[in-house]
Ligand binder design. Sequence first.
Ligand SMILES: [Zn+2]
Length: 229
Amino acid sequence: MALTEVLIDQATRDNLGEQLAEVAGSLWAHHCQTCGKPLGDVPPALLVNDIGRFAFAALHHPTCKQARWNNRDVIWFNWHAFSTWTAFTSVMPFRYGDKIEQWPMFLLNPSLEAIALKRDDERRTWHPRFDTRFFTAGMAPPGGRFSRHIPLPGVKAVLSHDSITVRVQADFVDEYQIEAHLDVLERADDLQGVYFVVTHALNPARFTVEEFLAMMKAGRMLIGWASIG
Ligand SMILES: [Zn+2]
């Protein structure tokens, strides 16, 4: 979300500094993280629960939670209880060696309204961070070596006649299933897998190819090959 679309208090602005835009840009207003109801058109309140080296930023109705940086009376709660995941499948052009190939992609934003932050003690800054389970499953930012010949050890894809399911195996199994067009399903069947991309920086329900490429270049996604299995 753009900074102007979110209610943010001064302490949060001070603590996040230059990272504020990236944190706000990793949050999407769908459901209130207090009551679980749709956030609607009223600007949501950004509440950050700071527990030391980590913090959890989430969107709430301003009537449910005040916009603030909370490091005093943090109550531990299941911060995934009301968060929404969204996914999108497509055939996307990827560079492979010196060729451009059309590869099937499964793009996932695992929690639209909430994100974990990690403190960089040296620079005294906070950065959005991906859930550990995606690293446990073998995912890494683009730029490293990723190839469909190196399948992720902890992620599998399952095809049906009209959908793709991705299973992420870490401490427990998470399943994400969405409908897919025939061209994606056929390409996934040909290659026996899909590129699995996880990001908080895009809303998979609406984004442009330019935004996707910009976020890929900025390293704000994790990627890997999910083989069928
Ligand atoms: Zn609410």
